[in-house]
Design a protein around this ligand. Structure first.
Ligand code: YXS
Length: 256
């Protein structure tokens, strides 16, 4: 991972192509440390990107770090959950600059950013159904807030990638920009934001975060969801999804 600074704009570049920028605990710890450092420097915008020309922006949660059955794979302390909260709570806008394919938890990471600017080759795929993973409530809300119920269901149920052009047309991302102009476009957008009042922007970001999360859910409703999720991460299908990934073969799900 690389860290750069352009005046009041910080840039974090994912650069672990061997594992397709999988969001391992180590990579997430480095990301969170970089955000904290940018916060201490009171930077006014952060751009989160992959190395130029990346075919994969990020392959999502590190599958090798998904727990065996019997433990929630996306619990509060999971690295991915930490990363999402750090982005949402960062006191300045975070711009996701996307080239290449985005998978699973990385898709949620991009959608948790405040703005998304993508190259035409970018795609976004939500993959729990491909692995047999029970996504978690706040993750589903991130997806719902980034799209709408129909699109959220299509992405969650098919696990198929959505192309940048369609994502822009659906309002899921802000801009599609030619790969050769993407970096300049994002830095110019960041400088525009950095020239405005940071306190005003910070409080509007926090208001929108609180409003986006203001969905009433009864304690019984939450407990029911957690019980259903446990049935999934305790299932043979959950084990099969992870095993199939590691064995580099298509999974065979039996619904048990
Ligand atoms: O076999 P080696 O050691 O060379 O490593 C391979 C892959 O195992 C590794 N890799 C990953 N390692 C851990 N976690 C991952 N998510 C992951 N993805 C890839 O990177 C090396 C190169 O992979 P390879 O040969 O497949 O590269 P490719 O260029 O042919 O294909 C790139 C991808 C991204 C299309 C392909 O690697 C892929 O489909 N990866 C899995 C994408 C995915 O399903 N991600 C979801 C992860 S689970 C998650 O995010 C949430 C829990 S959930 O599922 O709920 O959304």
């Amino acid at each position: 991972m690389r860290i750069d600074r352009h005046d009041a704009v910080g840039v974090i570049t994912l650069d672990h192509p061997q594992q397709r920028n999988a969001l391992s605990r180590r990579l997430v710890d480095d990301l969170i440390a970089a955000l904290a450092d940018f916060g201490r420097q009171r930077l006014r915008v952060v751009v989160l990107r992959a190395a130029a020309g990346s075919k994969v922006w990020s392959a999502g949660h590190d599958v090798h770090e998904l727990p065996d059955t019997g433990r929630d794979p996306l619990g509060w302390d999971d690295p991915l959950r930490y990363l999402i909260r750090e982005i949402e709570n960062f006191p300045a806008p975070v711009i996701a600059m996307v080239e290449g394919s985005v998978w699973g938890g990385a898709c949620e990471t991009v959608f948790a950013c405040d703005l998304v600017v993508a190259a035409p080759n970018a795609t976004f795929a939500l993959t729990p159904a491909r692995l047999g993973v029970p996504y978690n409530v706040s993750g589903m809300l991130t997806l719902l807030n980034a799209s709408n119920m129909r699109i959220a269901k299509e992405m969650a149920f098919t696990a198929k990638p959505v192309a940048a052009e369609r994502a822009e047309r659906l309002g899921m991302i802000n801009h599609v920009v030619a790969a050769g102009e993407l970096e300049a476009f994002c830095l110019a957008l960041a400088q525009d934001i950095a020239a405005n009042a940071p306190l005003s922007i910070s409080v509007m970001k926090e208001q929108l975060r609180i409003l986006a999360g203001a969905h009433p859910m009864s304690p019984q409703g939450f407990e029911r969801i957690q019980g259903l999720r446990r049935l999934v991460y305790d299932s043979d299908d959950y084990r099969e999804g992870i095993r199939a990934f590691k064995e580099k073969r298509p999974p065979v799900f039996r619904g048990e």
